[in-house]
Design a binder for this molecule. Structure first.
Ligand code: FES
Length: 127
């Protein structure tokens, strides 16, 4: 991790690296950027949903080093060098991850908004 630029007020952004959905990524984050906001606002991986933004709903669940985590409750800068999998990274090309396929075959979507978080959480449970 290294400091690379500053925001208004002189607060430095940091450069971190992630193995994100199988790709090496280097991103700049401010110290207050949550992992959820990094994914959605900077990297445009909008499959991870912002529901409560307070750690209560699980819509933002992703897999961090293979374990489920609420991405709204953790700062991106804390995870330099981590391996991160979002809902976008579960499928193998056009082939759904078995958990995604199970959700489809069992009509488990409800309204669908938090389904990506449910699927990531389920993968973390059995993985
Ligand atoms: S958005 Fe609800 S737990 Fe993170």
């Amino acid at each position: 991790m290294s400091e690379t630029s500053t925001a208004a007020g002189g607060i430095a952004a940091c450069s971190i690296t992630l193995q994100l959905n199988g790709e090496h990524r280097e991103v700049e984050v401010y110290p207050w950027t949550t992992l959820l906001d990094l994914l959605r606002e900077q990297l445009h991986l909008t499959g991870t949903k912002k529901g409560c933004d307070h750690g209560q709903c699980g819509a933002c669940t992703v897999l961090l080093n293979g374990k489920r985590i609420n991405s709204c409750l953790t700062l991106a800068v804390m995870h330099d060098g981590a391996t991160l999998t979002t809902i976008e990274g579960l499928a193998n090309g056009e082939e759904l991850h078995p958990m995604q396929a199970a959700f489809v075959s069992h009509d488990a979507f409800q309204c669908g908004y938090c389904t990506p978080g449910q699927i990531c959480s389920a993968v973390g449970l059995v993985g």
